[in-house]
Design a protein around this ligand. Structure first.
Ligand SMILES: [Zn+2]
Length: 1077
């Protein structure tokens, strides 16, 4: 016992000594991070860059905290705190070693627990490039289901924490998306706009990967935007073996590979054998890449809890491999990082292939299309979107507050960080265990409470004259959020006869919005801030919603009114009072059932017809009447033992419908029709677990479909994947469009991929794409588009048809690690989900006034960030008292932005600073008027702040744009591209190793399913470069005005410094300096 203790003490002394030695060296060497800290490569040799890394999921099988502290070891032996402890120790002992760290959510949790001495030591490691941050966002975000606003936010926050803590040396230069399940073009664009030099990723379609490796096209220049030109080009590389170490070279405590045994006389000495095997691996790998540099990812999920095991064996591997150079070996191993590898590629001075589409959908084998997670956990996906919405409200109100309270910043940070966690590729994706999903939801709801305290404070300051000057003002207004409005429930409006509704508008445009409030009765009077009584309509809540068990609400109606002219970045408050029957409201009118002819609802912009069976049958708009139907259907989820590809189950990741079997929910829909002056509704009941309200508001140009699905029955032993499908006779010829993370649209074609000839073994799942906000199709005359309120999987499997998967409940795991079936329950029953689609229909071109595409964009923004509803009890105030006691309208801006410009971000940043982003929300040529460049004066927009200056930054807000220089990579000459690369004639017998897509360390076994000849080999799939599809994209975004001289002159003539211009899809980010308080 005592002997052991003295050994430990001795070790502590040694490491303490090393700490000090290294700390001293910091003064001598100074900062030498960045590319200059890279170990040199050797010319005329194959340089093997060994990248020591750990992949630390911010929640998956365990919660964020369980992973950090290392609890629940029976689920997974993973403790992030030990990893960072252990790696830092190892790095301090040896300046040769390198390590990269990715997830800021974990790093800063660890950082805050360290003593100043350890923090100084870590700073030294970062300054010397020995510990390097890669990507640096709060989490490694998913790319299919995330919205760009949230991705930018979580990078801004992670990079800011790194910048504040480590300065320039903490700034990552390379993106690291090694685990997300497919890759979006918008993500490449965002990385480029954040100043990243390149990005590496692990997962792409197995056919695409095979093809790219065979033709040396795994590393490429990716054009991130169809609108923005070269500034969104990003060098991107597909890693050879996902992010795992080569077979046999996994030296972690979690692995079972043999260590390098180098005892001279040991009977187990394996040095020669191991080095031979390693050389064989890298020699083969080198055939697939263009330069004499290879990147090898030496790590996996939660590796390096005992860093010495990895490093000791890597040391030996490097030593014995490089010793052979004396005997003529041309292979050189070195400790490296992704950025050092990227620098070597850059310095090779060669040209690279180009890519303009994206990497969706991702398939890891012929029957595993990772398209289920586009929809998995639909309610968590929606909750996340609500979270983003409220985060923006919280940011803005924190910035607009006349008097800041000390708790504003921690509240805001907590919500920023929670939303950062939500973007993780096992959070918003729905691919985590049920318990972990609940933990995410809990975190999110706590962050709502935190930010809710801030918004309550600020809205009271703004609404109550004089309260800003009162310390600890007793709030007169509740300013409560009703979190259950999604099931039409709100205690304030249900229990009080007098209450107010404050609508906070987070857009820098004046908006009008139809408002719905849950109420128990039909007679209410709505009074606006000027005392005018508004027209109102009470609409019954559908029975299917009222009958939801555990919905503790007395509301039977929704009170509908049109709130007009809600000030930009401001609010308007309405007083709502219960009245005697007969004044100020319209009774709901239930129309007699129409059995013999078509039922029609709508207005002069758009009309919807329903047939005698209750289904939507036609839509009229822009003078066009077309057959358009809508139906609910469900696929049967495949059930198999996952022992081989053919037996794959549908699960949280994978969508695999059983023989593509599709069932109609019903043949006859029961309907009720309600028509009023504000809204007309058809309430549809498809069956006991699917219902819908289809509505058209009086002034809208679109129709809204509010669906309610669940509990999905499973008593028949069949998992179900429920879709809504719109059929039309639009001749779309297999072409449709889907959005990239809510921004640019990308063209899709049935059974087709842009860069290789695909063979699809799953006809439905292989044609599914992520829909974050929109899917559309059109022909020469008509256009149909659907907006979604959360990410969903979707496709167009037939001409004129659009489908979206709204909910799924499955009975088997798909064997990618979760170990649970996606069988969500709540209160002991299957989970119920509710959501909205907006349908746009009309002329595809030559439309009178605004184009449909522009109208869709404007609506998309208003649906993403509608007004936030704050409720306050008003029992103590009559309407008149309320009007005279409070400030019931407020605007934070004086110049309202043009509709095409979105004030995407307004948040407090450092002391006396704001972070501000402006975005042009149109693409080129979407509309004659709205797609024009726009110019305006920032100072006039943000007039409620005393602005002293501003400076443009990269998209993330942490680096000056004019000081940011990215590595440039040259594209292949168009003609040469075909002939330069090796062709492989022998059949690719070993290609199956590429298919190993399992999450590491979970013991998922793959049978080596025989693949038809040519399916994987280069022979049949050689890249067919279609030169005509290569966009001509050399239109470098320039800062010269794109407006003509007349228009530019018309722009307001304030200080030139604050006038900015935006072209379509452009986002510009600024630090705005405020006068010191
Ligand atoms: Zn992961």
């Amino acid at each position: 016992m005592s002997g052991k203790i003295s050994v430990w003490l001795a070790l502590l002394c040694v490491s303490g000594y090393i700490h000090n030695a290294d700390l001293r060296s910091i003064q001598k060497e100074g900062s030498q991070c960045g590319y200059q800290s890279c170990h040199p490569t050797k010319p005329n040799m194959l340089n093997v860059h060994l990248v020591a890394h750990t992949h630390d999921d911010v929640g998956w099988l365990k919660t964020v905290d369980q992973y950090y502290y290392g609890s629940e070891t029976l689920i997974q032996k993973a403790g992030v705190q030990y990893i960072i402890d252990s790696v830092v120790e190892a790095l301090l002992r040896d300046p040769e070693k390198r390590f990269i760290y990715v997830e800021s959510a974990f790093f800063f949790k660890w950082w805050k627990e360290q003593t100043p001495k350890v923090q100084d030591a870590v700073k030294m490691l970062v300054d010397q490039g020995r510990l390097e941050f890669i990507s640096g966002a709060w989490s490694m975000n998913d790319e299919a289901t995330t919205h760009y606003q949230s991705v930018i936010d979580q990078f801004a926050w992670g990079l800011r924490m790194l910048n504040d803590t480590f300065g320039e040396c903490g700034r990552p230069r390379v993106g690291w998306q090694i685990d997300p399940f497919g890759h979006s073009r918008e993500m490449a664009s965002m990385f480029a706009q954040m100043g990243f030099d390149g990005m590496f990723f692990g997962r792409l379609d197995y056919q695409d990967k095979d093809n790219r490796l065979m033709t040396k096209n795994a590393e490429m220049i990716w054009h991130g935007s169809a609108n923005l030109g070269e500034e969104t080009d990003l060098f991107s590389g597909a890693l050879y073996n996902n992010y795992q170490a080569p077979d046999g070279f996994c030296f972690d405590v979690l692995c079972s590979d043999a260590p390098i045994i180098d005892g001279k006389h040991s009977p187990d000495n394996n040095v020669k054998e191991r080095v031979d095997a390693f050389f064989e691996y890298v020699t083969k790998m080198a055939e697939h890449y263009r330069t004499p540099n290879l990147i090898l990812t030496m790590g996996e999920d939660f590796h390096y809890q005992n860093a010495d095991m990895w490093y000791k064996n890597l040391d030996k591997l490097i030593k014995y491999a490089n010793e052979r150079q004396a005997n003529g070996s041309k292979i050189n191993l070195l400790y490296s990082t992704p950025s050092c590898y990227l620098k070597s590629l850059h310095d090779a001075g060669i040209t690279w292939p180009e890519k303009s589409d994206d990497f969706f959908p991702y398939a890891s084998d012929p029957h595993a299309y990772w398209t289920g997670y586009f929809t998995s956990r639909p309610t968590l996906k929606r909750f996340e979107r609500d979270g983003n919405h409220f985060l923006q409200v919280c940011k803005q109100l924190s910035a607009l507050a006349p008097k800041k309270a000390v708790e504003f910043e921690p509240h805001l940070n907590f919500m920023r960080e929670t939303l950062g966690i939500m973007q993780h590729h096992d959070a918003i994706t729905g691919t985590e265990k049920e318990k972990v999903a609940l933990d995410y939801a809990k975190r999110l709801s706590v962050s709502f409470r935190a930010c809710g305290a801030t918004t309550r404070n600020v809205l009271n300051q703004l609404s109550t004259p004089g309260s800003a000057r009162v310390e600890d003002a007793k709030y007169k207004l509740d300013m409560k959020t009703c979190p259950l409005l999604n099931i039409t429930s709100c205690p304030v409006s249900e229990e009080n006869d007098r209450f107010t509704l404050t609508l906070y508008n987070p857009l820098a445009h004046v908006v009008s919005e139809y408002v719905r409030i849950p109420v128990p009765d039909t007679s209410y009077k709505i009074i606006d801030n000027k005392g005018a009584v508004l027209e109102a309509q009470a609409v019954p809540i559908p029975a299917a919603l009222i009958n939801i068990k555990h919905r503790a609400s007395t509301a039977k109606y929704e009170l509908v009114f049109l709130a007009t002219n809600i000030p930009a970045l401001g609010y308007r408050t309405y007083y709502i009072e219960k009245t005697e029957s007969g004044e100020g409201y319209k009774q709901p009118r239930l129309l007699p059932k129409n059995k013999s002819s078509v039922t029609v609802i709508g207005n002069s912009n758009i009309k919807l017809g329903f047939d005698t069976n209750g289904f939507l049958s036609e839509v009229t708009a822009d003078g066009l009447t077309k057959f358009v139907s809508q139906d609910f259907l469900f696929y049967e989820g495949a059930i198999g033992n996952n022992a081989e590809f053919l037996n794959r189950s549908s699960g949280a990741y994978i969508f695999r419908p059983n023989e593509n079997k599709l069932h109609f929910a019903t043949e006859h829909v029961e309907i009720e029709v309600y028509k009023g002056d504000l809204v007309q509704e058809v309430h549809q009941k498809f069956n006991d677990w699917i219902s819908q309200v289809v509505r058209v508001y009086a002034k809208d140009s679109f129709a809204e479909f509010e669906w309610l699905v669940g509990p999905i029955p499973i008593e028949d032993g069949i998992g179900k994947e429920v879709i809504t499908r719109f059929n039309s006779d639009i001749e779309s010829q297999g072409i449709f469009h889907t959005d990239c993370n809510g921004r640019e649209m990308i063209k899709r074609q049935l059974n087709h991929r842009e860069t290789w000839s695909v063979k699809i073994n799953e006809a439905v799942a292989g044609n599914y794409y992520p829909i974050t906000t929109k899917i559309d199709l059109e022909d020469d005359t008509a256009r149909l588009a659907i907006l979604t309120d959360r990410a969903q999987g979707g496709s167009s499997l037939k001409d004129g048809s659009l489908e979206l998967m709204v909910h799924r409940r499955l009975l088997r795991d798909d064997a990618f690690g979760v170990g649970e079936a996606l069988n969500e329950t709540e209160f002991g029953e299957g989970l119920i989900a509710r959501g909205k689609h907006q349908l746009f229909f009309g002329k595809s071109s030559d439309r009178e006034g605004v184009s449909l595409k522009a109208l869709e964009r404007l609506t998309q923004l208003e649906k993403l960030l509608p007004t936030w509803k704050f409720f306050s009890n008003m029992e103590a105030y009559t309407a008149e008292e309320w009007r005279t006691s409070f400030t019931n309208a407020f605007s934070g801006v004086s110049l309202v932005l043009p509709k095409a410009v979105h004030l995407m971000t307004l948040e407090p940043w450092h002391e006396n600073e704001l972070l501000v982003r402006f975005e042009h929300i149109m693409e080129n040529n979407e509309d004659e008027l709205y797609s024009k460049p726009v110019q305006f004066n920032v100072k006039n927009v943000l007039s409620s702040f005393e602005i002293t200056g501003m400076r443009e930054t990269t998209l993330d807000g942490n680096a000056w744009l004019d000081e940011t220089h990215r590595l440039q990579f040259a594209p292949d000459p168009e003609q040469a591209a075909f002939n330069t690369y090796a062709t492989f004639d022998e059949p690719q017998a070993k290609a199956v190793h590429l298919l190993s897509a399992a999450k590491p360390m979970l013991g998922v076994q793959y049978a080596e399913e025989a693949l038809p000849a040519g399916q994987l080999g280069a022979q049949s799939n050689r890249v067919k470069r279609d030169v005509t599809t290569e966009e001509v994209r050399k239109t470098k975004r320039n800062r010269k005005s794109k407006l003509n001289a007349d228009e530019a002159a018309k722009a307001d003539n304030g200080s030139q410094e604050f006038i900015i211009e935006l072209s379509p899809m452009e986002i510009r980010t600024f630090i705005v300096y405020l006068k010191e308080a």
